[in-house]
Ligand binder design. Structure first.
Ligand SMILES: [Cu+2]
Length: 134
């Protein structure tokens, strides 16, 4: 597809979105949000941490999303280069995604996540800030 036809297509799509906006809602990556189940985590090895993926339009949790990248670092403490591995854990609550991580230092940790949500072509990205304490 060349640049000209792409632009024409984008304009047509934009027009359709404006025309349809009164009666239809279109899902987009920004309609979803990761929320911490609890921001408090235990300092140490293999500490559990859970996040809820929520559809902001309905406030409901989103089950069956595929979480495919994660990063845990101490950016909230100005230590972005200090990372720690994250491991998936099992969760019994739909829309809640559980992990285990080694919080080797007390203080603020940033947990970055990305998800593929059913029916949503764009990747959902988000982050939560956690507080590790002994
Ligand atoms: Cu640190």
């Amino acid at each position: 597809m060349n640049k000209t036809s792409f632009s024409a297509g984008a304009l047509l799509l934009a027009g359709a979105l404006v025309a349809g906006s009164a009666t239809m809602s279109f899902a987009a990556a920004q309609d979803y949000e990761f929320q911490p189940v609890s921001t408090d985590v235990k300092q140490g090895q293999g500490s559990p941490v859970s996040v809820r993926l929520v559809d902001k339009r309905t406030g409901k949790p989103v089950p069956d999303a595929v979480i495919f990248t994660t990063r845990m670092d101490m950016a909230p403490e100005g230590m972005e280069m200090m990372t720690t591995p994250v491991e998936a854990a099992s969760s019994t609550e739909p829309g809640v995604y559980a992990f285990k991580s080694d919080f080797t230092m007390a203080g603020g940790w940033r947990f970055k996540l990305a998800a593929k949500v059913q029916g949503e072509p764009d990747t959902v990205e988000g982050e939560v800030v956690l507080k590790a304490a002994p």
